[in-house]
Design a protein around this ligand. Structure first.
Ligand SMILES: *[C@@H]1O[C@H](CO)[C@@H](O)[C@H](O)[C@H]1NC(C)=O
Ligand SMILES: *[C@@H]1O[C@H](CO)[C@@H](O)[C@H](O)[C@H]1NC(C)=O
Ligand SMILES: [Zn+2]
Length: 262
């Protein structure tokens, strides 16, 4: 055994012995699972019209004569496409940029509000308070993700965005009323998300939900992949946007740690 291996072994041993209920033991106990809420970035990734799509350039993929392998690619993309985060600065001049959001607002309890049966595939659906027949339990820092049931259309861009011949968009979203209600009644909510391309409905021209949320310091997560069932309470969200220092937004790897159903 090398000296490095010995040292690492010793370090691991100490950590286990000292923290019987360490976070690792809880997360990896077999009672929790990771759920990926992210759409992949490739040439199918959905971007807002006019935004630079994800361009993936295969630069090198070589099998050398000696049998060794070397591959490297390049990519270019707008900030706002696929599963991504809107920084408050996107719609609020004094707001934080993507690279400035504190981690303790990005790794937080996750609440899912499933309104997909009310939406019932209607691209004109707008969520008002009246649709929510229960109070939210948002007593601690958390994010709320609204499930419109739209992820199943993600592979059909025309349908997902509700694109019409005159270039207009049509998909469900939140009302200004909901945004105001959350930012005033639930001050522990640090972010809101949706399984559609925008927190405002597709037909919106003035983006009131973006404006209300960002001026209250909230970030948005758009195009969340909610194809899989996920518990409404009890999961922890891990929202890790690419750390673009000046970003108005950024691609995000969005994962939840959830209790396993028994
Ligand atoms: C969304 O998530 C589901 C379930 O994890 C996965 O099967 C599917 O490939 C994802 N869809 C896209 C377009 O990323
Ligand atoms: C998109 O990517 C897939 C998989 O890499 C490839 O087969 C396909 O040709 C690409 N399509 C376009 C339009 O570039
Ligand atoms: Zn955005």
């Amino acid at each position: 055994m090398s000296l490095t291996a010995l040292v690492l072994f010793a370090v691991c041993l100490t950590a286990t012995a000292e923290n019987r209920n360490a976070l690792n033991e809880i997360i990896f106990s077999g009672d929790f699972e990771f759920i990926d809420l992210t759409h992949p970035f490739d040439n199918q990734t959905i971007y807002w019209p006019g935004v630079q799509n994800f361009v993936f350039t295969r630069k090198i993929a070589n099998l050398e004569p000696d049998g060794s392998w070397y591959a490297a690619n390049e990519f270019a993309a707008g900030e706002h496409g696929g599963t991504h985060l809107d920084a408050p600065y996107h719609f609020y001049r004094q707001g934080l940029r993507a690279g400035e959001l504190p981690l303790d607002s990005l790794i937080v309890p996750l609440i899912i509000v499933d309104i997909s049966s009310r939406v019932n595939d209607d691209p004109n659906f707008v969520l008002y308070k009246i649709h929510l027949d229960y109070m939210l339990n948002a007593e601690q820092k958390c994010i709320i993700i609204f499930k419109f049931g739209w992820s199943k259309f993600y592979n059909d861009k025309q349908k997902y965005l509700g694109m019409t011949d005159n270039g207009k968009l049509n998909f469900p979203g939140l009302s200004e009323e909901i945004a105001t209600w959350i930012t005033t009644s639930y001050k522990k909510v640090v972010g809101i998300g949706v399984d559609v391309a925008s927190v405002d409905p597709g037909s919106s021209q003035d983006y009131p939900v973006h404006k209300v949320a960002s001026s209250a310091g909230l970030y948005n997560i758009e195009n969340v992949n909610l194809s899989r069932d996920i518990p409404e309470y009890g999961c922890t969200a891990i929202v890790l946007p690419m750390k673009i220092r000046q970003g108005t937004g950024a691609p995000v790897r969005f994962v939840a740690i959830c209790p396993k159903k028994h």
